[in-house]
Design a protein around this ligand. Structure first.
Ligand SMILES: [Zn+2]
Length: 249
């Protein structure tokens, strides 16, 4: 699974998703284009209406709609956001959850409840919790934290955490993987556009070696790698992202 060493939702939390998520979910943009150290929420809302330097091309609007982005942030100061570490993203890291029972909403709930923990060690997790920016399934994409904050999803103290936006793809039983991949590609294209990130900086989790782990380079996202390494499948995914990126030029 992508969140090693952590515990997913306790059984008692395996309940229907509270309606609160739907209420909290606003169709706001993906993240602040630089700046906004303190007022993340306000920055995000502002970036929706003004575009924040991103040209609101017709293709972009359509793609945002197709991504079906919901914003359901882990509250600032809690769990994975208990320490706020500013980031100017230069990479986008693609993961898959390897959790076959949880969709994006359940992951969102788990993150908000601090159910995804990881031991805080010298070379390991920096804050004791896992967190990433977006979770995507075959219905929706959910944002958990602003894109100008560092997550804990890739390589502990490494550049994957310090410099990249983390996207987790769900693979719960019965879900449509190709739809999930397609939604992820569109979200990635939008983030590239918004943050000026080139396609070569869209990387699989595999790209970031994890100090102290064997093997250091993880087979993640496993279904987009060939024999545990980037190959034809990864190039196919990059091509898909690039095609969407060109559509929103
Ligand atoms: Zn991963």
């Amino acid at each position: 699974m992508c969140y090693d060493g952590s515990v997913f939702l306790p059984r008692k939390l395996a309940i229907a998703l509270p309606i609160a998520i739907a209420v909290a979910a606003a169709c706001t943009p993906i993240g602040p284009p630089g700046g906004g150290r303190d007022r993340y929420h306000r920055t995000e809302v502002r970036s929706t209406s003004s575009g924040g330097g991103v040209a609101p091309a017709v293709g972009m609007t359509k793609m945002k709609r197709e991504v079906n982005l919901r914003v359901d942030m882990v509250p600032k100061g809690t769990h994975g956001r208990k320490v706020i570490r500013p980031m100017r993203p230069r990479y986008i890291t693609i993961h898959s959850t390897q959790n076959y029972s949880a969709d994006a909403s359940r992951h969102s709930l788990a993150l908000k409840r601090g159910a995804l923990r990881s031991p805080k060690t010298r070379y390991g997790n920096r804050i004791g919790y896992l967190i990433w920016h977006f979770t995507v399934d075959d219905k929706v994409a959910i944002q958990h934290m602003p894109t100008n904050e560092q997550g804990e999803h890739a390589d502990f103290h490494g550049p994957g955490n310090r410099l990249s936006i983390g996207i987790e793809m769900c693979e719960q039983r019965g879900s449509n993987r190709s739809v999930t991949i397609d939604r992820t590609a569109k979200l990635t294209a939008l983030l590239m556009k918004q943050h000026g990130i080139p396609i070569q900086n869209v990387v699989p989790h595999y790209h970031w070696p994890r100090r102290g782990k064997t093997p250091p380079n993880k087979n993640c996202p496993h279904f987009l790698l060939d024999n545990g390494r980037p190959g034809a499948k990864w190039r196919w995914f990059q091509g898909k992202v690039n095609a969407y990126y060109r559509q929103i030029q």
